[in-house]
Design a protein around this ligand. Sequence first.
Ligand SMILES: Cc1cc2nc3c(=O)[nH]c(=O)nc-3n(C[C@H](O)[C@H](O)[C@H](O)COP(=O)(O)O)c2cc1C
Ligand SMILES: Nc1ncnc2c1ncn2[C@@H]1O[C@H](COP(=O)(O)OP(=O)(O)OP(=O)(O)O)[C@@H](O)[C@H]1O
Length: 267
Amino acid sequence: MTAVLRSAQDRSMLWDGLDEVPVDFGPTVLTIGVFDGLHRGHRSLIAEARRIADQRGLPLVMVTFDPHPARVLGLPKDTATLCSVGQRAELAAAAGVDAVCVLRFTRELAGLSPEDFASVCLADRLDARAVVVGENFTFGARAAGNVDTLHEIGGELGFSVTAVPLLPAGDAPCSSTYTRQRLREGDLAAATQALGRPHRVDGYRVGSRVDLTEDTALPPPGRYAAVVNGRADVVDVVGAGTLRVENSHPGDGPVTVHFHTRAEDKS
Ligand SMILES: Cc1cc2nc3c(=O)[nH]c(=O)nc-3n(C[C@H](O)[C@H](O)[C@H](O)COP(=O)(O)O)c2cc1C
Ligand SMILES: Nc1ncnc2c1ncn2[C@@H]1O[C@H](COP(=O)(O)OP(=O)(O)OP(=O)(O)O)[C@@H](O)[C@H]1O
């Protein structure tokens, strides 16, 4: 196996599109999906994919889409992010992925049939020998491809398919949608449980105001106990994309906030 993405600092194996995959990279095991938040369900999928990759002595590559397909297709779905693509790659590396290939999800990509997508994006440059997805995985124009379709196509293109059962979170499957819903309701305990860590948002601070770097999922307006740039603090969610932080850590600049629990609301 060639070099691997071993740490958050090592971005050498983060490929922006198929063109950045080294031509001599060789055969791979792939796992595919959006993976927003890299929640516990995603990590259980990656653990299984890692096991298969080790069995075969092949590198494990995560193929992920950006922006979220539903955003590009204009579907009525909450697509506020649970983490940036960079964080997705770092969390994937920590979970055992060797390389991440980010496919720009465009209307052109969305128009590919399941067969064409598998041929161009999985078999050609990435030379997939095994593909590992959750049992609810769909792909291809009009989301017409599913795990059964992928099995059939894999038979022709030379890769095996493993469909992993969905890890639950309470009564529902653990999912990005579930996690966003719990956050939106202010159920930080359930969101933290699904993510396996406190929800993180990044922004830029000027005075006490923090503007978020991207359209990130937030709990409802109110006051929260949080960790801001590594130190315990109190944060007010004041509206879409904006927070206010206490003045305990003065200074303008980049801010990382981890939400812990709801605090007493301001009166
Ligand atoms: C080539 C391609 C075309 C797609 N076209 C559609 C589509 O027309 N409608 C849709 O709802 N989703 C579409 N999707 C998104 C998939 O249904 C699915 O969300 C995506 O493959 C990520 O899988 P995941 O949701 O399991 O992470 C498409 C995906 C791919 C790869
Ligand atoms: N709970 C889970 N357990 C195992 N695999 C999962 C789980 N949830 C999703 N997957 C798989 O992870 C990959 C990425 O899926 P995706 O990011 O769409 O998951 P999701 O959390 O269900 O997202 P959304 O809620 O937006 O549909 C897919 O192969 C999917 O089948």
